[in-house]
Design a protein around this ligand. Structure first.
Ligand code: FPP
Length: 257
């Protein structure tokens, strides 16, 4: 599978109760547009504007790794016109935003099966990735034609092709064959627009992620919603399958099951 350049080391979060890596399922662009009697494409354009606000808000809060779910392997089943307008939007957004992303020190990585993208879009993706590959302030993964199941199947296939002994396969080896190799797993996955589903997003990496679902539609998501998601995350007691003794240190698992 074709991969983005390796991730650079970005700063750790600026506080102990902050997630190192946040994944976002950006949903609700269509509903946002419908409520305004606008075409769905206008909702997607508003969605792009939200990305900038949200990245700034996370950066200011001290969170430096984001993964955004922009287009799933299932989204090809949308009407042809919507798929092509989304593909055009990806291309245009990369064109217009790459200078600023680069100036702000953001490493941009596209995760997902890029072989199905048009050669023009793939070339643009590669240019933007190469240009930002040494940036170290923030890391932004954008998932395009991404599916967690397909990522796992492709990773295992590739390990087999490289001659790895699959009978001895372990979690670290499989993790190292995913698009997110070298990155911490997401500690927090946010879904906008209210649906209670993971929708094939970061299935392996999100095994222990805290989930924050909000009714806000993606184009309406901004700094107040980022603050609410981080505050919700900060209030969770993360156990990773362990038991926390009553009276034990807050959030620290003291006895394994
Ligand atoms: C879900 O809303 C949103 C999408 C399928 C597309 C998201 C894409 C963007 C915000 C553009 C990102 C671009 C770049 C380059 C990062 P929906 O259409 O499923 O909304 P609905 O459920 O209300 O119909």
């Amino acid at each position: 599978m074709l991969r983005p350049p390796p991730p650079t080391a970005v700063p750790a979060p600026s506080g102990p109760d902050l997630p190192r890596h946040v994944g976002i399922i950006m949903d609700g662009n269509g509903r946002w547009a419908r409520r305004r009697h606008l075409p769905r494409a206008a909702g997607h354009r508003a969605g792009v504007r939200a990305i900038r606000r949200v990245m700034e808000a996370f950066n200011e809060a001290g969170v430096h790794i984001l993964t955004l779910y922009a287009f799933s392997t299932e989204n090809w089943q949308r009407p042809r016109g919507e798929v092509s307008s989304l593909m055009r939007l990806f291309q245009d957004t990369l064109d217009t935003e790459v200078d600023e992303l680069d100036a702000k020190g953001v490493q941009l990585r596209i995760i997902g099966d890029r072989e199905r993208l048009s050669s023009r879009l793939r070339q643009k993706v590669e240019e933007c990735e190469a240009r930002t590959s040494h940036n170290r302030s923030n890391l932004l993964n954008v998932a395009i034609n991404y599916g967690g199941r397909s990522e796992l199947v492709e990773a295992i296939r590739e390990l087999a092709e490289r001659g790895a002994d699959l009978r001895a396969l372990d979690e670290a080896t499989l993790s190292s064959a995913l698009y997110t190799s070298g990155l911490p797993d997401p500690d927090l996955i946010i879904r906008t627009a209210g649906e209670l589903r993971v929708s094939n997003f970061l299935l392996w990496q999100g095994a222990y992620a805290e989930l924050h679902v909000t009714d806000a539609l993606w184009p309406d998501f901004g700094s107040a919603e980022v603050a609410a998601a981080l505050s919700d995350f900060g209030s969770r007691q993360r156990r990773f399958g362990q038991v926390v003794e009553p009276g034990g240190p807050h959030g620290v698992a003291s006895r394994a099951v």
